[in-house]
Ligand binder design. Structure first.
Ligand SMILES: Nc1nc2c(c(=O)[nH]1)N[C@@H](CN(C=O)c1ccc(C(=O)N[C@@H](CCC(=O)O)C(=O)O)cc1)CN2
Length: 292
């Protein structure tokens, strides 16, 4: 089975659009997302443009703030603080990665937790770990939603996560271990120093791959019937395409899909769900459902 993130994300966007229509009738506040993009990285521009377009699609307001790649850290912090103070804006994201001369930690810490719809601030990450209401990072949140909507059984299953990033791997391991449905899995968080990785991954009923290496997971690393979630997105040269590149994931799709019972493709899997989850978080922020 192919787990179709594109189709599921459209379903979620339709649900959000329906809620926005209700908010309009009730005379409530239309959700407003601000996105800050620093520099001209091709992939980041694609993602931010897709976020703005998705806001339009569901009826949100959006503000895109583009900054040159030589913007100083101080200037960027001031932009973030201005958005923090703007009562019109419900949610704020700073697109990552940032140029090397800017501290991601300082910028993230500056974002008001109530507007942190990426779920990256220390406050929201801490609340997630405590199982308190919080904004959950969009990619892991999107994966949980896919598992739920595809009725994938996770309780008591062995879940192996490859990659320990703050954005995906770490929150993913917390969510899958939680006493929720989906959740209640026995989770192993693996990383670049893990020994005998194939031995561990072959024991996974659910394998979530966020290692950032194209085609890293091969068929011999996967148990027959496993559910495989591929978080990686890489642009590799392909002269047969008009764009000059094609997208591939961290998983060798052709061979792993032969063994998996369910698998996310790249593109069209986890990526679109990241944007749908960001919209869900922005709706929560506008309706003040996390921080009252
Ligand atoms: N502030 C943030 N920065 C980054 C995040 C994030 O959640 N917040 N995550 C990633 C990038 N990302 C969102 O920003 C993202 C990645 C991929 C997709 C997506 O829809 N991918 C499509 C293919 C799109 C294409 O390249 O043509 C797919 O997989 O089908 C959306 C968002 C890092 N930065």
């Amino acid at each position: 089975m192919i787990i179709d993130g594109k189709k599921t994300s459209e379903e979620i966007k339709n649900e959000i659009a329906a809620r926005v229509a209700e908010i309009k009738i009730e005379g409530g506040k239309i959700p407003h997302l601000a996105a800050v993009l620093v520099g001209y990285d091709g992939a980041s521009q694609t993602y931010v443009n897709a976020k703005v377009k998705s806001c339009e699609q569901v009826g949100f307001e959006s503000t895109l703030i583009r900054l040159e790649d030589d913007v100083t850290e101080k200037e960027l912090l001031k932009v973030v603080e201005d958005i923090n103070q703007n009562p019109e804006i419900d949610g704020l994201i700073v697109q990552l990665p940032l140029p090397k001369h800017i501290s991601v930690e300082k910028v993230t810490e500056m974002i008001k937790p109530e507007k942190d719809v990426d779920g990256f601030t220390p406050s929201n990450v801490g609340r997630l770990a405590l199982n308190w209401p919080s904004y959950v990072s969009a990619t892991p949140n999107g994966i949980m939603e896919l598992l739920k909507r595809y009725n994938i059984e996770t309780s008591g299953k062995n879940c192996v996560v490859i990659g320990r990033s703050h954005i995906v791997g770490s929150p993913m391991s917390i969510l899958m271990a939680r006493n929720t449905n989906p959740g209640n899995a026995t989770v192993t968080l693996t990383h670049s120093r893990t020994q005998n990785l194939p031995e561990i991954t072959r024991n996974a009923d659910i394998l979530i791959v966020a290692i950032g290496k194209p085609g890293f997971v091969t068929a011999d690393m996967v148990k027959e019937g496993a559910v495989v979630i591929d978080v990686g997105i890489h642009r590799v040269e392909d002269t047969s395409k008009k764009s000059g590149f094609k997208l591939i994931g961290d998983v060798k799709f052709d061979e792993v899909s032969e063994k998996a019972s369910a698998i996310t493709p790249v593109p069209g899997g986890v990526g679109p769900m990241t944007i749908a989850s960001l919209l869900s978080n922005t709706l929560l922020a506008a309706e003040k459902r996390i921080y009252r």
